[in-house]
Design a protein around this ligand. Sequence first.
Ligand code: HEC
Ligand code: HEC
Length: 513
Amino acid sequence: MLSFKWSAISMLSVCFLSACGGGGSGTTEQANNTAVFSAASSAVDAQLQILIADQGLSGDASSGRSLPNIADPLPQLGKLLFFSKSLGGNFDAACVSCHHPTLGGADDLSLPIGVDATSVDQLGIGRVHTSGEPIVARNSPTIFNVGLNDHSMFWDSRVESLGKEVNSNGALSGIRTPDSALGVADANAGDNLVEAQARFPVTSIEEMKTSAFENGSSGDVIRTHLAARIGDYGVGSGELLPNTWLHEFQTAFSSTQTASDLITFDNIAKAIGEYQRSMVFVNNPWRDYVNGNTSALTDDQKQGAILFFTSTNQGGGGCSGCHSGDFFTDGQHHIIAFPQIGPGLGDGSNNDFGRERQTIDDADRFRFRTPSLLNVAQTAPYGHSGSYGTLEDVLSHYNNPRRTVNNYFNDGGWCQLAQFSGLANCATLYPDAEDNTDDAVDALRVEQNNNTTLFDNINLNAQERSQIIAFLSALTDPCVIDRDCLSPWIADPTTTGPDGNQLNAIDAGGGLL
Ligand code: HEC
Ligand code: HEC
């Protein structure tokens, strides 16, 4: 949508460009300093306007979708479930343990801590596993804007829309999950990708289940037991006291059904899904700019945007080759070769083969799904294993992956990261990390030599890198850094929830999150 303002700007800049282009229309002697300044900035705006039009951007990845409002009954129920440790097998982990609204929709950690934390309700830096080291292999992605995703959930897309229809959030053509074969719809996936995803964390020993609960049982047995626990019937009878969940479910679903009919895991996943889908945080300065407010961005942010959307052979960063569209992702899987740290997923030696784990095709080794970049300034650390602590590190990696990775390991690797720096045994934690990362960089190098990657060699100077970072910060919705604005998505900390097991999160200093 191009406003009146935009057309005025492009006319101005056309004058400016022709005056400066040696066309000799001869008005330069009339230009005073102010006119030169505004002409220069409108030239930048004009250049960016062309890129915006080329990319077909509206600035708002939420437009054209039907998404719930947090004030609606189902998201309200979903919020209570999301914050409840009763969905943790051993009552010590909730969804919110790794995805808190005030922590960017994630947890501020490189690798999350789910079950067996030394201090169950403490989130963020300082949260530690009783073993002393994290046991979950991948970084927690943000849950903000997950309702805008039409492709897949997880770094390896193991929950995946079969048709990927635009604006559908996976609702139209079936969803593959780890419970079905690749390319085959899971009949129990539910209505959309977010609902489908919510079926899986509760079955993970490291994230929520623990090995003590339903040891060796199938996913469905685990889910059925948890639903019966919440609903206080059958195998779960008497596990929660107090228990007012039936009242909550009847209100949210506007139903008079009994607990065993209403409190099923399908309905639990639906409510949790609607809570997350109500988290639409797209009201950022970039959107204002695309909609015609030229003062919404600083000059550095505009220059950064130009670099972001310009291909490498034209002197840009080529970022939008993969971080494309208003949601800043192509939904595809690429080799980027960020350092691979952590326990890994049983591939090779503590390695993570990424998308290959799903397709069983070694051409997919080290490929991960392109993440959205909305609110990215609030979602550090970065990458599938959270190995880079800052956007500066990420930009340095894109500039020169080999050198950045070498420097990373020479400078102490993961021990530079806040989560690990205090651990006495830090240096010896991940002996295979450097070799595994080198393998990924080698795989990237092969693709670059064969010209089969969109990750070209780029050569941005320090100023250009900082301009791109400035642009990325313009993708932050001010609401996500404002506790009051986020409060509708945070369970009321003056209560303990329907069963006394609500996780009212605190930070390392004991302050309420
Ligand atoms: C131990 C921390 C932890 C807990 C607890 C947890 N998650 Fe996650 N979550 C993660 C990690 C790690 C990933 C990425 C895993 C992967 O890609 O393999 C993830 C991925 C997701 C995603 C996908 C986002 C995307 O863009 O792909 C959603 C949505 C999500 N979690 C929601 C939930 C819900 C709902 C619950 C509770 C039922 C939950 N999580 C519990 C750590 C956690
Ligand atoms: C070839 C496709 C591709 C290109 C080009 C690309 N990216 Fe990425 N980007 C990805 C993928 C895939 C990941 C996830 C990699 C991983 O986790 O191992 C990623 C991750 C990121 C992250 C971390 C996000 C997070 O939530 O952890 C940032 C920031 C980022 N890219 C910014 C950029 C910028 C800036 C550029 C341009 C200089 C760029 N990307 C170019 C595909 C790409």
